[in-house]
Write a protein that binds this ligand. Structure first.
Ligand code: NAD
Ligand code: TYD
Length: 353
């Protein structure tokens, strides 16, 4: 890949963003990758220590809600493309505090759209605003059926409502102002570097520490799990080969009831920790359900597979085992996240720059 491009990746210090940044920095040495992130509790620059010194990588601390700061960044760099991942992303937090979701996910997205429109007012040729979204915008499925790109939006949590709103705005800017936009809606991701408030890393950490693992309701809710690197590869493919104006669904074709997933995880943890089979499963503890808990998400990703040739390569038990291995051999990362120490990293590494 010889072409030069300047690409803005928002939210690159987060879970999925850090995998997307790493893939782009390594795969496209002639691109300049600007990772702009506010470093909220979910942003962790320690996710990127392996690539932070690369010549084609720059970190910019940015709150996308701050319109002036967003416009300043766009006057500093002549972006050819934006891959927008920055968001408040945790459903439980959106239930206790929806406002941050409205600010970051909706207002922040509008600021980026306006800045792109302004930056590309003379020519939109070859430019792209790529918005990363979730399958949760489609609401909840019953026992059968799949979300396709044509499924109606029916978000049920403040998180999914804010993401749905941002998706609509992105498409409206495409339709109304001719901004070249693409949206992708992905199912639940798992893998290294996920903040331990989400189901899989939370369970790994609690099992490791012999603490109860909270199972919401009866554990009957179904999610379609995708290994984070498979998502990052889909993002790369869509960014380069996707058609502006289109939407792509991304999913693992890998549905699990929470309780079955946790039992599999417990078996893997028993093996890895040298515990007797069945030991970790005793930690599973049914707790009060999440309010408005969506029953089932499942994605039909045939458009992405057929049109762009994407395939998730990771087998789930293998991916889960790799994830467990990562957390067990990165306990320092985990401890620093839990203690809050990771938030000092920016100050230590970037102060005075
Ligand atoms: P995350 O919570 O791990 O990371 C979010 C990142 O955004 C953090 O680095 C945070 O500091 C940054 N951020 C938050 N508010 C910001 C602001 N105001 N300005 C600048 N940066 C800000 O999230 P994730 O799980 O990596 O998700 C990334 C994106 O992918 C989100 O848009 C999410 O909706 C979407 N998504 C996530 C999943 C999933 O399973 N995690 C699935 C589908 C889609
Ligand atoms: P989560 O990782 O928060 O992702 P999302 O809500 O975006 O799907 O939760 C995944 C599933 O696991 C969801 O059905 C809620 C459930 N869950 C638990 O049962 N216990 C937990 O401690 C957490 C965090 C989630």
């Amino acid at each position: 890949m010889n072409e030069k491009k300047i690409i803005l990746i928002t939210g690159g210090a987060g879970f999925i963003g850090s995998h997307v940044v790493r893939l782009f920095v390594k795969k496209y040495p002639r691109y300049k990758i600007i990772n702009a992130d506010k470093l909220t509790y979910a942003g962790n620059l320690e996710n990127l220590t392996d690539i932070e010194k690369e010549k084609n990588y720059i970190f910019e601390k940015l709150d996308i809600v701050d319109k002036d700061a967003v416009f300043n960044l766009f006057s500093k760099y002549a972006f050819d493309g934006i891959i927008h991942l920055a968001a408040e992303s945790h459903v439980d937090r959106s239930i206790t505090g929806p406002e941050a979701f409205v600010h970051t996910n909706i207002v922040g997205t509008v600021n980026l759209l306006n800045a792109s429109l302004n930056a590309w007012k003379d020519s939109k040729e070859g430019k792209l605003f790529y918005h990363i979204s979730t399958d949760e915008v489609f609401g909840s499925l019953g026992e059968k059926g799949y979300f396709t790109e044509k499924s109606p939006y029916d978000p049920k949590s403040p998180y999914s409502a804010s993401k749905a709103s941002s998706d609509h705005l992105v498409r409206a800017y495409g339709h109304t102002y001719g901004l070249p936009v693409i949206v992708s809606n992905c199912s639940n991701n798992y893998g290294p570097n996920q903040f331990p408030e989400k189901l899989i890393p939370l369970a790994i950490n609690n099992i490791r520490n012999n603490k109860p693992v909270p199972v919401y309701g009866r554990g009957e809710n179904v999610r379609d799990w995708l290994y984070v690197e498979d998502h990052a590869k889909a993002v790369d493919l869509i960014f380069h080969k996707g058609r502006p104006g289109e939407t792509y669904n991304i999913g693992g074709n890998n549905e699990w009831k929470n309780i079955d997933l946790l039992k599999l995880l417990c078996r893997i943890m028993d093996k890895k920790l040298g515990r007797q089979t069945g030991t970790s499963e005793k930690l599973l503890t049914f707790v009060k359900d999440r309010p408005g808990h969506d029953l089932r998400y499942a994605i039909d990703s045939s458009k992405l597979r057929n049109e762009l040739g994407w395939e998730p390569i990771s087998d789930f038990s293998e991916g889960l085992e790799k994830t467990v291995d990562w957390y067990l051999s990165n306990t320092r990362w985990l401890e620093r996240v839990i203690s809050g120490e990771y938030q000092k990293y920016y100050q230590e590494q970037y102060s005075g720059r």
